[in-house]
Ligand binder design. Structure first.
Ligand SMILES: *[C@@H]1O[C@H](CO)[C@@H](O)[C@H](O)[C@H]1NC(C)=O
Ligand SMILES: *[C@@H]1O[C@H](CO)[C@@H](O)[C@H](O)[C@H]1NC(C)=O
Ligand SMILES: *[C@@H]1O[C@H](CO)[C@@H](O)[C@H](O)[C@H]1NC(C)=O
Ligand SMILES: *[C@@H]1O[C@H](CO)[C@@H](O)[C@H](O)[C@H]1NC(C)=O
Ligand SMILES: *[C@@H]1O[C@H](CO)[C@@H](O)[C@H](O)[C@H]1NC(C)=O
Ligand SMILES: *[C@@H]1O[C@H](CO)[C@@H](O)[C@H](O)[C@H]1NC(C)=O
Ligand SMILES: [Cu+2]
Length: 164
């Protein structure tokens, strides 16, 4: 294994020193390598602020947002930002439904709270997508009204990043 690695490494070195090796027919390996490295930087896990500059608030269409910003990948982190409630603002939170039907109906009876009304302040609440399964998110406030009327819900089926 070690020998193989060393051989491979020295082959790369030799070819680096030999410009012609970087061009096979019409295929420019320098271009390919640059593209490959660029792709790698694009495929690192990302922190995605839910709602973008709109953060996590009543009345923003998160379904549309999720469609526009998909795909999301395994190991990406969703960041939910919402201020802690005070006398003049409404509280928000983050819940997860275990199935599509509850998500569709905003039925919170068996949903799980993943962030309470104060956890979205400051840098926000971070949710790491680590399971390859559908994730159904919603605000759990006002017995489903934020979810239903406030459009504060969206679904994510994470994809697997093609490069590492
Ligand atoms: C391959 O592409 C690089 C960067 O675009 C360029 O500098 C280089 O001259 C090309 N090599 C050949 C052999 O065409
Ligand atoms: C980089 O990504 C593009 C778009 O996904 C893909 O078509 C291309 O083959 C990739 N290039 C390399 C060198 O991996
Ligand atoms: C929210 O966006 C989705 C997807 O674009 C769309 O189907 C839906 O009608 C929108 N909801 C509202 C209330 O605008
Ligand atoms: C996600 O991260 C973990 C821990 O860093 C790593 O072991 C795993 O391979 C990653 N999964 C994917 C699909 O990138
Ligand atoms: C309540 O919070 C909002 C948004 O964070 C802020 O703009 C407002 O000044 C606060 N009001 C009071 C009474 O603290
Ligand atoms: C929310 O959760 C945090 C962290 O677990 C806890 O410190 C805080 O007391 C909780 N706040 C409320 C309003 O439940
Ligand atoms: Cu809410």
């Amino acid at each position: 294994m070690m020998i193989l690695l060393i051989t491979a490494a020295s082959m790369v070195e030799v070819s680096m020193g030999n410009k012609d090796m970087w061009n096979w027919g019409n295929y420019n390996l320098t271009d390919w390598w640059n593209q490959y490295q660029f792709n790698r930087t694009q495929t690192k896990p990302q922190n995605v602020v839910v709602g973008g500059s709109q953060n996590w608030q009543f009345g923003f269409n998160y379904t549309a947002w999720a469609i526009k910003n998909s795909p999301f990948y395994l190991n990406d982190t969703l960041v939910f930002k919402y201020a802690a409630p005070n006398a003049t603002t409404f509280p928000h939170s983050v819940y997860m439904f275990s199935n599509y039907k509850s998500f569709l109906n905003c039925d919170l009876t068996r949903a799980k709270m993943v962030a309470n009304t104060t956890q979205g302040r400051g840098e926000g609440f971070k949710f790491l997508i680590k399971r390859w399964q559908p994730h159904y998110f919603a605000c759990g406030e006002r017995n489903g009204i934020h979810c239903k009327n406030g459009l504060m819900k969206f679904a994510v089926l994470p994809a697997i990043r093609p490069f590492w």
